[in-house]
Design a binder for this molecule. Sequence first.
Ligand code: PLP
Length: 475
Amino acid sequence: PLAPGAALVASVKQSAARPRLYDTAAIQQLDSAHYLHPFTNFQDLNAKGARVMVRGEGIYLWDSQGSKILDGMSGLWCVNVGYGRTRISEAVYRQMETLPFYNSFFNTTNVPAVQLAAKLVEIAPLYFNHVFFTGSGSEANDTNVRMVRRYWDLLGQPQRHTIISRHNAYHGSTVAGASLGGMDGMHAQGGLPIPGIVHIGQPNYFESGKGMSEDAFGLLAASWLEEKILELGPEQVAAFIGEPVQGAGGVLIPPASYWPEIQRICDKYGVLLIADEVICGFGRLGKWFASELFGIKPDLITFAKGVTSGYVPLGGVLVGDRVADVLIDKGGEFNHGFTYSGHPVACAAALENIRIIEEEELVRKVAEDTGPYLKKRFAELGGHPLVGHADSCGFVAGLNLVRRKGATMHDCQLFEPEQGVGMICRGYLFDKGMIMRAVGDRMIVAPPLVMTRAQIDEMIALIRACLDATHADLR
Ligand code: PLP
């Protein structure tokens, strides 16, 4: 039998010149034997073996066979400050030495959690003065469900229970998170969504906007919310939840008219607005929070991922005054919380991560420098014969692979889904040392915010080479 642990590393002496040697086959075998991976086809994984990531530095990763990989996805949309930031590991180490854990239940607290709450309130829009911490984005969205229902209970409207979300949204993997999400594949397993959560269409202009201006389509997509509120009865509707830019659904950048209209509809019926900024927050769209970019005033903001750049798990909810005032003034005890709510080590990592984002002016750079440059370079890919549409917003970008281009994006001829063209393209990228995600035939990136202009050029060249290879493959 294979011995786990140190035996998997043939040489432990590590330097740039002499990297560690890993026994990849042995790791893969143990992996297949014991590790049930998230969002993974187990038989597929067992047949192929997982790629074993062993090191990260800046925007690059290295696998166990020594290949260098440009990480166009920031891990899983989270490593905003890039890999290998010693400052964060030192902050984590210091906190572990001082107080590795204490909980925030029953009138206790810890210093990093207090400091982080205050810091988040400082960078959030003005009317946010409170934070509830969780261990992940999914737990944060579960918290939202409980919190908005508690809010309406306290206001004497317990029937205001239903939460409206969107098809193809991603809000996490817990039972409530997956129910809030609108992924058919997730709903098909385990009888989701749970009662009290309903879905409307997503603002996907490429797919559904044929014959309309972008603004007209944005208003139409927002009107689906009003229709649903009226169908349910406004007195039944607790909240609407949406990602400012849908991430896992395929980087769907909404028309400019969409969010202001959603805000108007929520205001009209008194429905709470929840912005799930697990991906969009912490500079990814060129603002601390993307709600500012789209001119909306959510009552709750979900965050996770970029708050620690993924170095340590942490999530939470920024609670606006409308909700916080009711919870605090009328609420008594809120019977909700996690062992790791306000975990001191995670909060220390977040504080150092935010310091780095501030000192390196990453939010401003994404807004004014590297973000616009990525937009320009990505738009150039729109000229490729395989690309029907390419767009970006801050540091998320996507392109649609099409069989034949048309006069407009809506006249393109699409591939049959069974052809799996996105996966073919992703395979080339993988082999050439770049990570880009395929959502159907939409290829997406969300690079670390530290990516320079030269590195953007390197990424675009890699993508172009893989588009060429995919194109040649299909002829
Ligand atoms: N919300 C959004 C918008 C996400 O993209 C994700 C994760 O990708 C989540 C929630 C869930 O976060 P976690 O995986 O930390 O539970």
